[in-house]
Design a protein around this ligand. Structure first.
Ligand code: GLN
Length: 549
């Protein structure tokens, strides 16, 4: 039987260092060396999953095919590698404790005192083994969320320490992602936080093999020597990960230049050829020096936090890569839109995108944006809530149902063109109860959707409670709205709507952004950017460099 190799990625000093990106980028490099890679994330918080967390605090909820609502780092894993993810790729303390407590209630601990060590830590270790078994991966990368020193992270660190000991030398590597801040007043990079964070890890028995140093400025030989000496890692294991100039997709190339993947393979005794990164280099070329440029607007309510629409921004960039087009994303707060004069915020945009969301706040601004796009023939892409918004707008302004709304925002609307799904009516718990995950969708022939997908049967991921109210379907269709995607069965749900007399106006009930990759753009985003490139508005004098979320 083959020996699976394990890489553990921890983080030090501060959060938001891009541990997930580092783990995913290492995954890219190992995959391009011919290895089968599986990546998982352990989150020390007590929520069972991030599904109930506010996206403005925690970032987007990333949904997998099997309907698991997971941390956004899993989005990086899917974009950077080919590994197929399921609910086994994300574990939270909440899930661990839930499982341990259920077992205790069943009496399965046979009278023992149930403790963090060994019961919680064993459960965590089971999940590492389980992923290795399910995926049959050569290498399992496990990222531990949070920062070394957090109380809630301790059981996870103890678990990986024990696990590494059990699988033995040469089969496990600890990578610690740390921060080397530049202190302006001193004009210097400082290594002390890194030293202390490594000391904190050593206190619990983990001696990292590799340090990935996040920094604004190059480390230089002297600093690398210092970090090596005081953190007890060889000089070659001090890896510099500088802030990227253009795009997060540069990170794998950066780590390759630092020879991180060679070092990992050496430590794990993996005899594999170097990574071929030609395709990846071409992606970067298109991101840095695209042939074309457009500016699009994303109209949302969590605009202040990049992570809240992470996959949407990424998918837009991928659409640009597919068209050799740099995309500048203007983030527009829906509440700032002047309902009477949306042009004040939207004029000059080559395309408008309304992403998913929950709750009433900002919806009138989004409806105004959808109307502006429809009337002015500006490419429009609506995702989930963005489809519901387009439906309400069409009902109000084309069908003249002035008070049409979603029942999510107005329970007593006389025209609930968006209403609660039948299956949701009995649901009263919040966590994990929406219509979730991959569902089949049937595409109507000779529509924009059919042209984009080049297929009549597709699968997309969902996360919603409300739906298009099919009792209005005829009325909409007679007025020119095309229903180009539905579920199968007797009472099909409406999944995609579009408008024919328009260069590009399409909206879907699902989240295509979750299935887009830098080297394989989702067709909706590819088509959207293509349509934006054909817009006369794209000729703007003040086009900035493309966005790098
Ligand atoms: N709030 C809407 C619903 O629950 C849309 C959800 C979403 O955009 N993900 O149906």
């Amino acid at each position: 039987m083959k020996q699976t190799k394990y890489i553990f990625v921890t983080g030090g000093v501060v959060s938001s260092l891009g541990k997930g990106l580092t783990a995913a980028s290492l995954g890219t490099l190992l995959e391009n060396r011919g290895l089968k890679v599986a990546i998982q994330k352990f989150d020390p918080y007590l929520n069972v999953d991030p599904g109930t967390m506010n996206p403005f605090q925690h970032g987007e909820v990333y949904v997998l095919d099997d309907g698991a609502e997971t941390d956004l780092d899993l989005g990086h894993y899917e974009r950077f590698t080919h590994s197929k993810l399921s609910r086994f790729n994300n574990l939270t303390s909440g899930q661990v404790y839930q499982a341990v407590l259920e077992k205790e209630r069943k009496g399965e601990y046979l009278g023992k005192t149930v403790q963090v060590i060994p019961h919680v830590t064993d459960k965590i270790q089971d999940r590492i083994k389980q992923l290795a078994e399910i995926t049959e991966a050569d290498v399992v990368i496990t990222e531990i969320g949070g920062t070394t020193g957090d109380i809630e992270g301790l059981p996870f660190l103890e678990a990986i320490r024990e696990f590494a000991l059990k699988v033995g030398y040469n089969n496990a590597v600890f990578v610690h992602v740390t921060y080397v801040p530049f202190i302006k007043a001193a004009g210097e990079l400082k290594t002390k936080p890194t030293q202390q964070s490594v000391a904190k890890l050593r206190e619990i028995g983990i001696a990292p093999h590799i340090l990935v140093c996040r920094t604004e400025k190059p480390l230089g030989k002297e600093l690398r020597e210092k970090i090596s000496m005081f953190c007890n890692v060889p000089y070659a294991a001090v890896i510099e990960e500088k802030d990227v100039d253009h795009s997060i997709y540069e990170v794998p190339l950066m780590l390759q230049r630092e020879k991180m993947d060679s070092l990992v393979c050496k430590l794990l005794r993996l005899d594999v050829p170097p990574a071929d990164m030609k395709d990846w280099q071409e992606i970067i070329r298109k991101l840095i020096a695209p042939q074309h440029r457009v500016r699009i607007g994303v109209v949302g309510k969590y605009i202040g936090l990049n992570d809240a629409y992470k996959s949407v921004y990424e998918a837009v960039i991928h659409g640009g890569v597919a068209q050799d087009c740099g995309v500048a994303i203007e983030k527009i707060d829906a509440e700032d839109i002047d309902i009477e004069h949306p042009e004040k915020s939207l004029k000059g945009l080559a395309g408008i995108l309304v992403p998913g969301g929950f709750g009433e706040r900002g919806t009138e601004g989004k409806i105004a944006a959808a109307k502006y796009a429809r009337e002015n023939k500006i490419p429009y892409l609506g995702l989930c809530l963005g489809m519901q918004i387009a439906t309400i707008e069409f009902a109000r302004n084309v069908l003249h149902l002035d008070k049409a709304n979603s029942m999510e925002f107005d329970r007593d609307t006389p025209d609930p063109v968006i209403w609660l799904m039948e299956e949701q009516k009995e649901v009263n718990k919040k966590g994990g109860t929406m219509r979730l995950g991959a569902q089949d969708c049937h595409i109507k022939e000779n529509t924009l959707a059919a042209r984009l997908y080049e297929s009549l049967l597709i699968q997309e991921r969902h996360r919603h409670r409300f739906e298009f109210n099919s009792t209005y379907r005829k009325q909409f269709e007679q007025a020119g709205l095309v229903i180009s995607g539905t579920t199968y069965g007797e009472n099909p749900l409406v999944e995609i709507i579009e408008i024919t007399e328009h260069p590009f106006y399409i909206a879907c009930q699902f989240h295509p952004e979750f299935q887009s990759k830098p080297n394989c753009s989702h067709p909706f985003f590819k088509g959207f950017i293509e349509a934006c490139m054909n817009e006369p508005q794209k000729v703007r004098t003040n086009l900035e460099e493309p966005e790098t979320p």
